[in-house]
Ligand binder design. Structure first.
Ligand code: ADP
Length: 401
């Protein structure tokens, strides 16, 4: 069975085609610059590559190109789209409507579109992609949607409510939703497998650290709290996002800099974080390099990130009344030994002790980095959101046969 996984943004359409017999990637790529020109880069599992400028006025033309890439020319991997059993789509915001993945209907596409108010950058493009995809795939090929927020729907109200007047929750759905759920679900279950335990018996703090970062308390396989909130802006300091800030500081800065609400949103989402504090850039590698070269502000923001993660670990150990394992994933979590070492230093009160030499020598693979006498196990667990989307898609299609 072959499953196509799609991650659509406002101007991009990233895809992976997976053979679910062995869960291998047959083809992957990105149809980019939709609405502002068009560009495609594609790669097959056996190493064939293709790159070209195109004309993508809308997501429909990008999907048509994707079909052409998969079925013709140098990058051909299938004879026709009828070889694809289903398409799985990543959806950022499912709010409290969707607590699991589901097979797409026209009504579900409309519901996803209606949630654009809560996730303007993501949900409308997702809906456009779902409608465009329907036009190019065979009528009997099901589409499945997998939500970033769904895993966090198990949070109790005491974790997801804000201390705002109750009517904004009732009228406008203002609450914590949490994001990166697909990743946290995937890595926490991979970790349980690697530890030889049932995820139901584990209390895990999952640290997904990338351009966007979130920390989740996973108790018995369920998310009980997470650091991102109503939007992916909350929590720890990120590449260009501020993370949590006293809301009064926001209204104060807004006034001082004479910013409109949407300019303030741009300021918090695009100009803050590593970039805003260090002045160096948003990429962890650049910030780390600058810190190593003696840049004080780069060092400061690196220290802030480590300190904030440590505080989340402490508070989530309290929330779960215990801690069996901490895991690191995402571009920073999987690759930056500096961040992992920083987070696991001076954490002996929690029983966290890592093998520093081992931690410095490994990256991007599933491995335990805690010492044998560490009370809490510490692991690097590479994430693979596309694979989880493909697995969910396959399971739903099989269940509905
Ligand atoms: P996204 O949230 O966009 O999916 P990623 O998970 O790909 O992002 O993470 C991107 C981050 O990972 C960047 O800050 C990048 O600097 C960092 N990163 C990637 N490779 C390394 C590395 N070898 N060492 C340190 N940081 C790395």
């Amino acid at each position: 069975m072959k499953i196509l996984v799609v991650n659509a943004g406002s101007s991009s359409l990233k895809y992976q085609l997976l053979d679910m017999e062995n869960e291998e990637v047959i083809a992957k790529g990105n149809c980019d610059r939709i609405g502002i020109g068009g560009h495609v880069s594609a790669k097959t599992g056996d190493g064939r590559k293709y790159e070209a400028d195109c004309d993508f006025p809308t997501h429909t033309e990008a999907f048509e190109k994707l079909v052409e890439i998969l079925t013709t020319g140098d990058t051909k991997v299938i004879d026709s789209m009828s070889e694809i059993s289903a398409v799985g789509h990543r959806i950022v915001q499912g709010a409290d409507i969707f607590d699991h993945s589901c097979i797409v209907t026209d009504e579900i596409i409309d519901q996803i579109d209606a949630l654009a108010e809560l996730a303007p950058v993501h949900n409308h493009p997702h809906a456009l992609a779902l409608r465009a995809c329907k036009k190019v795939i065979p009528a009997d090929c099901p589409q499945v949607v997998v939500f970033d927020t769904a895993f966090h729907q198990t949070m109790p109200p005491k974790a997801y409510m804000f201390g705002l007047p109750y009517d904004v929750y009732e009228n406008y759905h203002v609450r914590k939703y949490g994001f990166h759920g697909t990743s946290h679900r995937f890595v926490s279950s991979e970790l349980a497998k690697a530890m030889g335990k049932d995820v139901k018996d584990l209390k895990i703090v999952s640290c997904h650290l990338g351009n966007g970062s979130s920390i989740t308390a996973v108790d018995g396989g369920k998310s009980v709290d997470t650091s991102m909130g109503f939007t992916p802006l909350d929590g720890v300091v990120m590449g260009t996002r501020s993370g949590a800030v006293d809301p009064s500081a926001i209204t104060y800065v807004e006034k001082k800099l004479d910013l409109s609400p949407s300019e303030m949103s741009e300021y918090l989402n695009k100009k803050s974080g590593f970039l805003g504090v260090s002045g160096v850039g948003s990429d962890n590698r650049d910030v780390q390099q600058a810190a190593n070269d003696g840049n004080e502000r780069a060092k400061l923001v690196s220290d802030m990130l480590v300190y904030e993660i440590q505080k989340y670990i402490g508070s989530y150990a309290a929330a779960m009344n215990g801690l069996d394992a901490v895991l690191f994933t995402g571009g920073i979590g999987e690759n930056s030994w500096e961040v992992r070492e920083g987070v696991c230093t001076n954490m002996d009160y929690f029983g966290i002790k890592i093998d520093k030499e081992l931690n410095r020598s490994v990256r991007g693979k599933l491995i335990k980095i805690s010492t044998p006498d560490s009370k809490v196990e510490v692991w690097i667990v590479p994430t693979n959101e596309e694979l989880l989307i493909a697995r969910d898609t396959l399971a739903l299609v099989n269940a509905n046969k």
